[in-house]
Write a protein that binds this ligand. Structure first.
Ligand code: NAD
Ligand code: TYD
Length: 359
């Protein structure tokens, strides 16, 4: 049984944050969790409706609200911050970068500043941890045969999303270097799994395929991502919280590189298998090429030697297993899908993002 921790999870109502809260509840039953989430379009309380209240509390609020964050650190005697809250969708960062600067950069600064002052004045930094959850996109893009990114690669972010995450990583690093705040950072590749909002590739394709709608492929669909099942990501973060070295960054990835088109075809084949009577069978015929994303990064790939060697973590889910689980999950959670996609804001986004891509 591991030592008790009092966690502040930011953005715990979103995709990875809610999976993380499920993971911790199941695997670290002595840890207490406070989830601070603004419930933007990406946050959904139904993602956590089955979490018991004895060790879990939810607070609706903004990571940019200094007084609120300080009150939470004090009220709940927080010793560990796991920072997920962010604007996370590249296409939205192209449409409107301002929210990304505010939440991802100013919000992270705010959390760091409150943690630095509050912990320093209340018992010191011993036993404390600020863990920042970041992305592979900070490293820019790779060509087809380039070696995977290591922790030593220079930052070279290409989208406003990636630039805002890179800025936040730099702030975290500087608070460690200058003030001695006990921080760790993880940079992870593309996640997929339950509770992912259907604006991202995998859930969007599942949803559209089931409903007989076009499956939009940006450009030629040959862009490559490294896919990681979300539960593996959660396990990696817990590993870093327990055994990671303060001041270090760790790459996390699935060692599952595939072009987008192949991922979409795999999803179609799974849905063909699960819904052989569907009027949209075979689902591959719904694939539709649309205008590319501006500045679209060609390839990401993570070298995970460091976390494997130093902390003994490696992904457990093959893409086949993770994708089959995920497609099944979406097919069996129609209520969840209807709840999170039923708003006008979601249909407005779909119209806005895809009308401009019609060829
Ligand atoms: P998400 O968009 O699903 O969830 C973000 C959550 O943050 C939502 O619940 C939202 O309500 C909340 N939030 C937004 N602004 C807030 C604010 N100002 N104050 C409090 N809460 C706020 O995102 P995700 O996909 O779960 O990503 C979580 C983190 O992981 C992000 O930092 C992202 O950069 C990083 N990441 C994501 C991926 C991926 O594939 N999704 C990969 C690597 C890293
Ligand atoms: P996404 O899920 O938005 O993640 P990210 O941009 O952070 O990698 O997109 C994954 C890949 O899929 C990316 O190369 C863009 C592409 N894509 C499409 O081809 N069509 C779509 O409708 C979406 C949302 C993404």
């Amino acid at each position: 049984m591991s030592e008790t921790k009092n966690l502040l999870v930011t953005g715990g109502t979103g995709f990875i944050g809610s999976n993380f809260i499920h993971y911790v509840t199941a695997h670290e039953p002595s840890w207490n969790i406070v989830n601070l989430d603004l419930l933007t379009y990406a946050g959904h309380l139904e993602n956590l409706s089955d979490i018991p209240n004895d060790k879990y509390s939810f607070i609706k609020g903004d990571i940019c609200d200094k007084e609120l964050v300080e009150k939470i650190l004090s009220d709940y005697q927080i010793d560990t911050i796991v920072h997920f809250a962010a604007e996370s969708h590249v296409d939205r960062s192209i449409e409107g970068p301002g929210a990304f600067v505010q939440t991802n950069i100013v919000g992270t600064y705010n959390l760091l500043e409150v943690a630095r002052q509050y912990w320093k004045n209340n018992g010191g930094y011993d036993g404390k941890r600020f863990h920042h959850v970041s992305t592979d996109e900070v490293f820019g893009m790779l060509k087809k045969d380039d070696p995977a990114f290591t922790e030593e690669n220079p930052y070279s972010p290409n989208s406003p999303y990636a630039a805002s995450k890179a800025s936040s990583d730099h702030l975290v690093r500087s608070y460690q270097h200058t003030f001695g705040l006990p921080t760790t950072i993880t940079n992870c590749s593309n996640n997929y799994g339950p509770y992912q909002f259907p604006e991202k590739l995998i859930p969007l394709i599942i949803l559209n395929a089931v409903n007989g709608k076009p499956l939009p492929i940006y450009g030629d669909g040959l862009q490559i991502r490294d896919w990681l099942f979300v539960e593996d990501h959660c396990e990696a973060i817990v590993t870093v919280l327990k055994n990671g070295v303060v001041g270090e960054t760790y790459n996390i990835g699935g060692e599952n590189q595939f072009p987008n088109l192949e991922i979409v075809k795999k999803i179609c084949h799974l849905i063909d298998e699960y819904l052989p009577e569907s009027p949209h069978y075979p689902h591959e015929k719904l694939i539709t090429y649309v205008k590319d994303r501006p500045g679209h990064d060609f390839r990401y790939d993570m070298n995970i030697t460091k976390i494997r060697r130093e902390l003994g973590w490696s992904p457990k889910f093959s893409l086949e297993k993770g994708l089959a689980f995920t497609v099944n999950w979406y097919l069996n959670h129609q209520d969840w899908i209807e709840n999170v996609t039923g708003s006008k804001a979601f249909s407005d986004w779909i119209i806005k993002n895809y009308q401009k891509r019609e060829k």
